[in-house]
Design a protein around this ligand. Sequence first.
Ligand code: AMP
Length: 210
Amino acid sequence: MKAVFLGPPGAGKGTVAAKAKDYYKVPHISTGDLFRYNIKNETELGKQVKEILASGGLVPDNITIEMVRRRIAEPDCKNGFILDGFPRTIPQAEALAEMTELDHVLNLAISTEEVVERLSGRRMCPSTGRIYHIKFNPPKVDGVDDETGEALIQRDDDKEEAIKHRLDVYNAQTEPLIDYYRKKGLIREVKTDNSKKPEEVFELVVKALA
Ligand code: AMP
């Protein structure tokens, strides 16, 4: 199973991919998570990309492509992978096509209004990365993680200005990938919205990829 999960920021790619990784027994590779890991650990790469992530812009293609090239060459990707958040530009998709052949590209479609509601209410536990939503998935006690009791934070790029920027970037640079992959016959479409539970969306994804 070599799959790419496409969709605007906040569509739920990460949530679906986390379930899909257990179901299909392949690693879930999120370029956003890889960048955040590097920022948290203050690596050279982390220092290079910190400001870019905070603003909601895209990390340059050459840096992102090299990071993915190295990651999918690791032994755990022998039987495939789920890429979440990559590719995000046509040059990234072209570079990926030279590295490997994909089986599926899932397009997780959702309206812009629902995305804004999702992203602006998203909160995260700073040490575990556990995700909550103030309306759709609130913690047991307001503002703190259910297990560690730490104060939840809002990702810099989930703040209003950055959300707007991320959506503009998505529309300009990433949405064209839907057509790019449709022409290759790889697109499998699943429509989602804020009334659907993650389990329901996941069921639709399994059907779409069958
Ligand atoms: P995500 O967690 O997928 O929303 O990604 C968070 C941020 O990481 C994005 O807003 C970008 O700044 C950066 N990023 C993640 N994936 C890519 C990519 N494929 N190309 C460029 N930048 C990326």
